[in-house]
Design a protein around this ligand. Structure first.
Ligand SMILES: Nc1ncnc2c1ncn2[C@@H]1O[C@H](COP(=O)(O)OP(=O)(O)OP(=O)(O)O)[C@@H](O)[C@H]1O
Ligand SMILES: O=C(O)[C@H](O)COP(=O)(O)O
Length: 418
C-alpha cells in the first residue's frame, strides 16, 4: 500500500493517510476531446428481452457521466453473457443500450462491433461528451484469450483506459486486463468505491465473521467454499448448493438440484471446516415442491424427509431461525447467493427473512454486512433492503475471489499502473 504524507508531525499518526494503490479519475485532467475507453459490466439479468435489474448500470453511471461532463468521448466496452461461437443476436449489447440510456438520461450511440471499421467510424463520428456503446467484446475470441492483436485493435479507438468493472476484474481478458498495458490506465468511480469498501469491511473484519453462501452454481462455488472455511468463523450453506452437502452426508434429496459427483469435495470442505474451527450450518428443513414455478403446491419437511419425487426450493422456517441466530452473533456478515429460488414465490421467503434481519442488525449498528453477486443483489432488492446493507457489491465471481484473497488480474494491472 502506498502512503501519502499530509503535513503534521510523525507524533500524530493522522498524518499518514492511505492513498489508493491505483490511479483514479482524480488523477485525470484536461480530458476534453479525449477518447476514453471505459470497461463497464453490463452483464445484467434479462427476461423476455428486457433488463430486469439495472443495478450494475446504475453503479457505472457516475463514471460515465463524469467523463462525459468533462467533455471526453466516452466509449463503453462490455461483455454480455458467454457467447460460444462469435456474434449472436440474443447476446447483442444493443439489447441493453435502451436501459443504459434510461439510467444515464443521456443518449447512447451504438456500434455493430467493438473493433475494426464499424467501431472506428462510430468513434470518428463522436462529438465531445458523446457516449458510445461498442458491441459485445466476447463476440471475438481474442477477448477471453487476451490476444495482443485483439487488444491492440481495441486500444486503437482510445487515448485513455478506465476500468470500472470490478465485477469482471477476475477475468484476465483483453478489455479487463490487456488494455492497461497499452493505454494510461485508471480506476473508475465504482471500481474505486468497491475496492475501498471491501478493504474497509473485510481487510481486517470484526469477528465473528459469518458467511452465507447459496445459489445454484454448486460446481463454480464449491472450490471457493474450501477457501472460505479457512477464513470465516461460521459458514451457512443454503440454496441449491446445500443439497450437494446434504446428499454427501447420505441424505436423500429427491429431485433437488444436486451435484452428486461433488460429494467427496463437499466432505473435504466439511473436514477442512472442522480443522479450521469454522462451523458449517446446513438447512434443518426445506420447502419442497414438485414443479419449479411460482405458486407451485409446496410443503415444509425436515431435511431428512424429502419426498423422492420432490425438490427443495427454499430452506425452511427452522433453518431461517438458525441462520438468524448466527446473524445475531456475527460482527461481520458476508453473503453470496440466495437461500432459495427467490425469483418464484413463495420460495423467496427464507432469503427475504434473513436479508431483512441482517438489514435490521446493520441499522442497529451491530453488524457490518457485505453482500455480492448478481442474483444476490436482485434478491436483496426484492427484499427491499439492498440500501440497508453496509455495502452491496454487484460482483459475483470477482467478489468471491476477492474474498479468498486472490489477486484479481484487472485490479493488479491497475495497481501496477500507479
Ligand atoms: N434450492 C434451489 N434449487 C434451485 N435453484 C436454486 C435454489 N436455491 C437457489 N437457486 C437459484 O440460484 C440462483 C442464484 O444463484 P447464483 O449462484 O447465480 O447467485 P449469485 O452468485 O448471487 O449470482 P451471480 O453468479 O449471477 O453473480 C437463482 O436463480 C435461484 O433461483
Ligand atoms: O456476471 C459476472 O459475474 C461478470 O460479468 C463476469 O461474467 P463471467 O462470469 O461470464 O466472466
Amino acid at each position: 500500500m502506498i502512503l501519502a504524507m499530509v503535513g503534521a508531525t510523525p507524533a500524530n499518526q493522522d498524518w499518514i493517510l492511505p492513498m489508493p494503490a491505483f490511479k483514479t479519475l482524480d488523477d485525470l485532467s484536461d480530458i476534453s476531446g479525449k477518447r476514453v475507453l471505459v470497461r463497464v459490466d453490463l452483464n445484467v439479468p434479462v427476461k423476455d428481452g428486457k433488463v430486469t435489474d439495472t443495478t450494475r448500470i446504475e453503479r457505472v453511471a457516475p463514471t460515465i457521466l463524469e467523463l462525459s461532463d468533462k467533455g471526453a468521448k466516452v466509449i463503453l466496452l462490455a461483455h454480455f453473457g458467454r457467447p460460444k461461437d462469435g456474434p449472436s443476436p440474443d447476446l447483442s449489447l444493443s439489447l441493453i443500450a435502451p436501459s443504459v440510456e434510461e439510467v444515464l438520461d443521456h443518449a447512447v450511440l451504438t456500434a455493430s462491433d467493438c473493433i475494426g471499421d464499424a467501431a472506428a467510424s462510430a468513434v470518428a463520428a463522436m462529438n465531445d461528451g458523446d457516449i458510445l456503446l461498442l458491441e459485445n467484446t466476447r463476440f471475438h475470441k481474442g477477448e477471453e484469450k487476451n490476444e495482443p492483436d485483439f487488444t491492440k485493435a481495441l486500444a486503437a479507438n482510445g487515448d485513455i483506459y478506465v476500468n470500472d468493472a470490478f465485477s469482471a476484474a477476475h477475468r484476465a481478458h483483453a478489455s479487463t486486463e490487456g488494455l492497461a498495458h497499452h493505454l494510461p490506465a485508471y480506476a473508475g468511480r465504482t471500481m474505486q468505491a468497491e475496492l475501498e469498501a471491501l478493504e474497509k469491511g473485510l481487510g481486517a473484519p470484526a469477528r465473528p465473521v459469518v458467511a452465507i453462501v447459496g445459489g445454484a452454481k454448486v460446481s463454480t462455488k464449491i472450490d471457493l467454499l474450501m477457501n472460505l472455511v479457512k477464513k470465516v468463523d461460521a459458514l451457512v450453506i443454503g440454496g441449491g448448493m446445500a443439497n450437494t452437502f446434504i446428499a454427501a452426508r447420505g441424505t436423500n434429496v429427491g429431485k433437488s438440484l444436486c451435484e452428486h459427483d461433488l460429494a467427496e469435495t463437499a466432505k473435504q470442505i466439511m473436514i477442512e471446516a472442522a480443522t479450521s474451527g469454522c462451523a458449517i450450518i446446513l438447512p434443518e428443513d426445506g420447502v419442497v415442491a414438485r414443479e419449479f414455478k411460482a405458486g407451485a403446491a409446496n410443503e415444509t419437511v425436515d431435511i431428512d424427509a424429502i419426498p423422492a419425487d420432490a425438490m427443495v426450493l427454499d430452506v425452511g422456517p427452522k433453518s431461517v431461525e438458525a441462520i438468524n441466530a448466527w446473524i445475531e452473533r456475527a460482527a461481520t456478515l458476508v453473503w453470496n447467493g440466495p437461500l432459495g429460488a427467490f425469483e418464484i414465490e413463495p420460495f423467496d421467503t427464507a432469503t427475504v427473512a434473513a436479508a431483512k434481519y441482517a438489514a435490521e442488525r446493520t441499522a442497529a449498528g451491530k453488524l457490518t454486512s457485505v453482500a455480492g453477486g448478481g442474483d444476490t443483489v436482485s434478491a436483496l432488492n426484492h427484499a427491499g433492503v439492498a440500501d440497508d446493507f453496509t455495502y452491496v457489491s454487484t460482483a459475483g465471481g470477482a467478489f468471491l475471489e476477492w474474498m479468498e484473497g486472490k489477486e484479481l488480474p484487472g485490479v493488479a494491472v491497475l495497481n501496477a499502473a500507479r
